[in-house]
Design a binder for this molecule. Sequence first.
Ligand SMILES: [Zn+2]
Length: 169
Amino acid sequence: MATRPLDLIVIHCSATPNGRWTSTLDIDHWHAERGFRRDPSAAARFNPDLRSIGYHWVIYPNGARANGRHPSEVGAHARGVNSRSLGICLVGTDRFTYPQWGALLDQVRHLANTHHIPLRPADATNGYRGVCGHHELAGVNKACPGFEVADWLANDMLPLRDHLMELPK
Ligand SMILES: [Zn+2]
């Protein structure tokens, strides 16, 4: 259970080829290179093999969810709002599989319920309380997570057609 006030879920992508497997260990290495560092005591208690990863969850192309930082740990994924947010990373760039969309729906619903985070688009008008994509935050100049989270919420959190990765037949 998180012991810090949370009011925002930020969705990311790994910016790796759509549908290709990338593990939390890979992401951990990239985040280490960028200078991210988990608190050593927090890392010792939870996921000690991951010393740097900035996200709390990673969702793989097969829909499996892997933990990064513990939800009670401040992440390193969204400048300015890390202390009050949780970060979820979809593996891919802008197209995600049915299982990934399903896992995202499940995870975001669960977190919203557990932490009483409003299930609505977070934006400047509501002080960024709710759910948003990384690029929707002020001052972010990348496309992450490759789709509009507000569109996904408006679509009853069902897969967005233009961002659906077909599984190989
Ligand atoms: Zn991001």
